[in-house]
Write a protein that binds this ligand. Sequence first.
Ligand SMILES: [Zn+2]
Ligand SMILES: [Zn+2]
Length: 225
Amino acid sequence: MLEIRFIFFRRMRYQVIPVTHYQQNCSIIWDEATRVGAVIDPGGEIDKLLTFCEQHQIQLEKILLTHGHMDHVGGTSALAKALQLPIIGPHRDDKFWIDALDQQATMMGMPPAEVFEPTTWLKDGDVVEAANTQFEVIHCPGHTPGHVVFYHADAGIAFVGDVLFQGSIGRTDFPRGNHQQLLDAIRNKLWPLGDDITFIPGHGPLSTFGREKQSNPFVADPNYG
Ligand SMILES: [Zn+2]
Ligand SMILES: [Zn+2]
């Protein structure tokens, strides 16, 4: 049984590719055997993403979105149209952000992006099939109301978008942001997944939940360790 689990998670690969001048950590995930894959948060520079997939013979099947901010979703419509890909996520509560992509582009100094309608809105506890494996959806509001995290237990990784960073947490001064909600989501939904989980944040270097629980000034547990 243990051996089967080991083989199972070894087949899933991911590559972080920072995009836009916000250096947003777009991730390509794929199955080593079948080469089917998905993009998480294609904020822009889709040529860069497509080139990587071509070079590694990855066949993209879907787009996964953590939340509706421009630096995470700016390339979604163009990429979805180019490859006929379904758009999975975020939670419906981020619809107002996606509908406001025009204003977001102006505010953030980014090229205009077309508004889109996700194929599937996600909710807490959903399971998303991608890269020939399954990810658990964890709704973590606070940075935006409809922010979701994609968690893979066997691989021990979580794609957390702008919920949590190495040494920091997401901003909550946007419309419908909520600082307490964000702290609660991190402490009550992410920490229980385990100290060893590596997370890929929306910006900056990777870290583990255990390390942040110990040293992140916003959410460290004073009784830890
Ligand atoms: Zn954001
Ligand atoms: Zn971001």
